[in-house]
Design a protein around this ligand. Structure first.
Ligand code: RIB
Length: 300
């Protein structure tokens, strides 16, 4: 079975519901907090594993209780965690505020995620990889090395450029770039206001990478590159918490591609997974299983 290697972050998420986001200097009372396993790398790994993928995670956690919980959580999902090692005092933690309607703000303290170094990525960790998936909550040099390792074994190189940062240095190493509309805005220097503007940004990104996808939440997604360009509508759902919705999209897209599905079908897998994740609270607790996904896709 082909392997998806995920090189990325693991965080514990502390989430609260707020009536609205606080202004600078303001104190607001919120709901009681909930604690969930998260981190963009971990979420995307779990998203793929729940859809039946064989996933290997390369990550760092702290030598704290959160680190143990994060590793156990992945193990429980059947993910290979041999390269999820505990280093340093603290694990990654994310503070999440969720407003009515499901929109959120996320602040990440990377902790041990900062300790995943390029030299940790030995070639044998990428044996059997059909795709390598990375995000930007670990050092950029490590992401670059992961993508190089992917090239060495002929794996598809997928980058979810979240959170967005200046990227030109590593785009040469990317086959498929996935960003949301805010990240697209940072990369392009202007936030898209319409699907047409997002498509124009995807087209400009596709001059730097073979394939670019910009997700637009309830407005669907746009894509441009060697698979052609176009727009795809979102699955209509009532969103209550969009945390990890984007990660569900990326993990499902990657898994579909690893299974050899055509690109547009893989996009529909992503869209369906993202929609389902928005209907449930929390990061990893919200990620759908294969049966629910195929049901929404009408493929059961
Ligand atoms: O994409 C959602 C994730 O972003 C959360 O799980 C949080 O940990 C941050 O990494």
């Amino acid at each position: 079975m082909a392997v998806l290697v995920v090189v990325g972050s693991l965080n514990v998420d502390l989430a609260v519901e707020v009536e609205r986001f606080p202004r600078p200097g303001e104190t607001l009372l919120a709901s009681d907090y909930t604690l969930h396993l998260g981190g963009k790398g971990g979420n995307q790994a779990v998203a793929a594993a729940r859809l039946g993928g064989k996933v290997r995670m390369i990550a760092r956690v702290g030598e704290d209780h959160f680190g143990w919980q994060l590793r156990q959580g992945l193990l429980h999902e059947g993910i290979d965690v041999d390269e999820v090692r505990a280093v340093g005092p603290v694990s990654g933690v994310a503070w999440i505020q969720i407003a009515p309607g499901g929109e959120n703000t996320v602040t990440v303290a990377p902790g041990a995620n900062r300790s995943l170094r390029p030299e940790d990525l030995s070639p044998e960790l990428f044996d059997g990889a059909r795709a390598v998936l990375a995000q930007l909550e670990i050092p950029l040099g490590t992401v670059e090395q992961a993508l190089r390792r992917a090239r060495e074994v002929g794996a598809l190189r997928i980058l979810n450029a979240a959170p967005a940062t200046s990227l030109d240095r590593i785009l040469d190493e990317v086959d498929l770039l996935v960003v949301n509309e805010h990240e697209a805005g940072i990369l392009a220097g202007r936030e898209p206001q319409t699907s047409e503007e997002a498509l124009a940004i995807a087209s400009s990104l596709a001059r730097k990478v073979p394939q670019a996808v910009v997700t637009l939440g309830a407005q669907g997604l746009v894509f441009a590159g060697r698979e052609g360009e176009g727009m795809m509508a979102a699955f209509p759902v009532e969103a209550i918490d969009t945390t990890a919705s984007g990660d569900a999209f990326v993990g499902a897209l990657a898994e579909a591609l690893v299974e050899g599905r055509p690109f547009r079908e893989a996009l529909r897998w992503g869209a369906a997974a993202g929609a389902l994740a928005a209907t449930r609270r929390g990061a990893q607790p919200s990620l759908p299983r294969r049966e629910a996904l195929l049901d929404l896709l009408g493929q059961l």
